[in-house]
Write a protein that binds this ligand. Structure first.
Ligand SMILES: Cc1cc2nc3c(=O)[nH]c(=O)nc-3n(C[C@H](O)[C@H](O)[C@H](O)COP(=O)(O)OP(=O)(O)OC[C@H]3O[C@@H](n4cnc5c(N)ncnc54)[C@H](O)[C@@H]3O)c2cc1C
Length: 420
């Protein structure tokens, strides 16, 4: 960190590659080390959403301003999203602009991960895969989750159904969280997120798929693989470690949305801020606190509220969302307000975060969102339809479908398959 020597980045994901690209373009020697075999290997081809409601600026405009080519990866925009209420009523949130952009994560050429990898290489950064370094030797720590606060499990399938996207609030199928359906160009993903730790986690995915099949009988599904991963939600005492000057970016820096797990935007953004400081710009720590932390704190307040509600409140949220759309003509206004900082959210954050977060260890002095215990209502047996989904997946697995998580001791984990 002497201002001229080589810069070491730990993690070749979105945050690390964003920082590496800007630093290398400015003429610095940059080495990025990743324990996996490639960028994006953590995700194995799943779709992720870039929401476009939480901030005034459009993320793709930001990317261009920072010097990243937003056309160098495939993205599919949606202005209409099906909103599935907990009682299975389906309504639609609509906007004139872009509500969501869907990108693919993984190692295929058109993924956002590979686009950022290409930009880093073109800028002159050197990438070292399957390379393990000591965290203490990194100038920028960008290695994603350490611990588990929540889990997402999904099935990817082939379908002839046109592009579609649906978002479901249902505390039985996605405890404390949400599930979603995304179909892009003949490939679909149904995913459920678990914000409470469960036994036999895959039953949530089976039941979820069965529910989508019931709600959308015209969607044909031929399973390809099952994917998943963990999310780590921390609020850090430091974004730059005072003793070493190391910058923690992206998920390693706790920079993602505690309520629903959106993290890609803050990953890139924080990588940019870290690079800017290293090129003589303003303090990374200060800029994170000014530009990103208010949103993270708002999301902590939202997570506290989410932890306290169930389907009755989810239904009320859906109804309010739709009423606001009827009044304002814009399906993004209500949800946008939920994500934006406000005095009320600041108060909720200040009073609840000391009780909700646990002290963790590490140089950034993190406070971690624990993976909450299951509730009695999370114990249920799968329906016949869910068992049929399970049987269909098992047949697909026997004929070559792989899974990037597996159940061990009744608990889902990432496996070496994602590392391959
Ligand atoms: C299943 C799932 C679905 C998600 N869906 C969404 C979504 O729809 N929208 C959204 O915005 N966000 C979503 N997120 C969150 C988003 O993926 C993360 O916030 C974002 O990828 C974080 O970027 P990052 O650069 O911090 O980490 P990553 O992009 O994950 O990169 C971290 C890199 O560090 C490497 N690494 C790990 N350990 C080490 C080590 N010891 N040494 C060196 N390298 C290491 C990893 O191999 C990886 O390449 C989702 C997360 C999960 C798990």
């Amino acid at each position: 960190m002497d201002g001229e020597g080589p810069i070491v980045v730990m993690g070749a994901g979105l945050s690390g590659l964003a920082a590496a690209t800007l630093l290398a373009r400015a003429g610095r020697e940059v080495h990025v080390h990743d324990i996996r075999a490639d960028s994006g290997a953590r995700f194995d081809g799943d779709f992720q959403a870039l929401e476009n409601w939480s901030m005034d600026a459009d993320f793709f405009d930001q990317l261009e301003t920072w010097g990243f080519d937003s056309t160098s990866f495939k993205s599919t925009s949606f202005s209409v999203v099906d909103l599935i209420h907990p009682d299975d009523e389906v309504t639609q949130a609509k906007t004139d602009g872009v509500a969501y952009r869907i990108v693919e994560r993984g190692t295929s050429d058109h993924t956002i991960d590979q686009a950022f990898k290409r930009m880093a290489i073109e800028a002159g950064a050197t990438l070292h895969y399957k390379s393990r370094i000591d965290e203490k030797d990194a100038d920028i720590v960008a290695c994603g989750p350490k611990d588990t606060s929540a889990l997402a499990l999904g099935e990817i399938f082939r379908t002839s159904h046109p592009n579609h996207i649906a978002f479901q609030l249902n505390d039985k199928l996605a405890p404390g969280a949400y599930s979603y359906l995304i179909i892009i160009d003949g490939v679909g993903l149904i995913c459920t997120c678990l914000w409470r730790k469960q036994k036999k986690s895959e039953r949530f995915l089976n039941e979820c798929i069965a529910t989508y099949q019931r709600l959308y009988p015209d969607i044909d599904m031929e399973p390809i693989k099952r994917v998943g991963g963990k999310g780590d939600f921390t609020l850090n005492g430091f974004y730059t470690v005072p003793e070493t000057g190391q910058h923690f970016v992206g998920e390693s820096g706790g920079l993602q949305d505690f309520m629903w797990g959106f993290g890609m935007r803050m990953a890139v953004w924080s990588g940019v801020l870290a690079a800017q400081e290293m090129l003589g710009g303003p303090s990374y720590d200060k800029e994170v606190r000014r530009q990103l932390l208010p949103y993270v704190q708002t999301s902590v307040a939202n997570r506290w509220l989410m932890n306290r509600v169930g389907d009755r409140m989810f239904k009320r949220m859906c109804v309010r969302w739709m009423k606001d759309q009827d009044r304002s003509g814009d399906g993004l206004r209500w949800i946008g307000r939920l994500f934006r900082p406000s005095l009320l959210k600041r108060l909720v954050y200040a009073t609840t975060s000391p009780f909700m977060l646990e002290r963790g260890s590490g140089p950034t002095k993190p406070k971690r969102l624990p993976f909450r215990a299951a509730k009695p209502r999370d114990a249920w047996e799968q329906s016949e339809a869910a068992l049929a989904v399970k049987a269909r997946w098992e047949a697909a697995r026997r004929s070559g479908g792989h899974t990037s998580f597996e159940s061990r001791d009744g608990e889902a984990h990432e496996t070496e398959a994602t590392l391959a």
